[in-house]
Write a protein that binds this ligand. Structure first.
Ligand code: SAM
Length: 207
């Protein structure tokens, strides 16, 4: 859907949508991966293309202590800043993931992308945007940091973008079941979400 790469689409959508909404997976569907990766509670975390997801709130409830959230939709960020104004450990900033110059090099231990790369890939000039996005992610990620992407797309549609030497990470893939809410007959071909784990600083073996 080409609209997902268009920020005016998101602004309009967030202006109409009252409830918070989580794309792909909720925290309960992916938290085992954070445990398996031994992500520390005091990790400095960046959630890119956060939308109105409850992910960061639920991560805080699970003990994480520092989560910065960015999104390019001003409507989204205004809503989230208001909603979480009393929550010191959650920060919401208006920012394009392709240009994160407000952040220093190597600022974050963990970067989470839940359906943001999927959206950027729908944008006009998507190849340029994805390259800029991934270079920026690699820049602001610490030298031993982890970039975790939750995507609807199978590896042959994502690895070509992610597996580049310049990013200095190695990529492993896990899958999680798609929630089947409201679906009477599950699709036979692909009822999975793909989790791409890009780990800097060490080579991990495929699982
Ligand atoms: C499919 S939604 C996912 C929202 C949330 N992460 C979730 O899992 O529910 C994609 C989000 O990415 C944001 N987005 C799209 N392009 C972006 C960009 N270039 N920079 C920052 N955010 C972007 C949109 O505004 C939207 O909130």
């Amino acid at each position: 859907m080409a609209v997902y790469g268009n920020i005016s689409y998101w602004n309009e959508r967030y202006s109409k949508e009252e409830e918070q909404f989580d794309w792909h997976q909720k925290w309960c569907g992916i938290k085992h991966i954070f445990s398996e990766l031994n992500i520390r509670n005091d990790a400095k975390i960046l959630n890119i293309g956060c939308g109105t997801s409850k992910l960061s709130e639920e991560m805080l409830e699970n003990g994480f202590t520092s989560i910065t959230n960015i999104d390019a939709s001003s409507v989204c960020i205004q809503k989230m800043q208001e909603l979480y104004k009393d929550q010191q450990n959650l920060k919401y900033m208006l920012m394009n993931v392709c240009d994160m110059k407000q952040f220093k090099n190597a600022e974050f231990d963990v970067i989470i992308d839940k359906a943001c790369l999927d959206s950027v890939l729908c944008s006009e000039d998507s190849l340029k945007n994805v390259e800029e996005m991934l270079s920026e992610v690699a820049r602001v990620l610490k030298s031993d940091g982890t970039f975790i992407i939750i995507s609807h797309a199978q590896p042959n549609y994502r690895l070509g973008y992610l597996q580049k030497e310049e990013y200095k990470w190695s990529v492993t893939i896990k899958t999680v079941k798609r929630p089947m809410l409201g679906v009477v007959a599950p699709p036979v071909d692909d009822c999975l979400h793909y989790v791409y784990i890009c780990k800097k600083g060490s080579v991990i073996t495929e699982q």
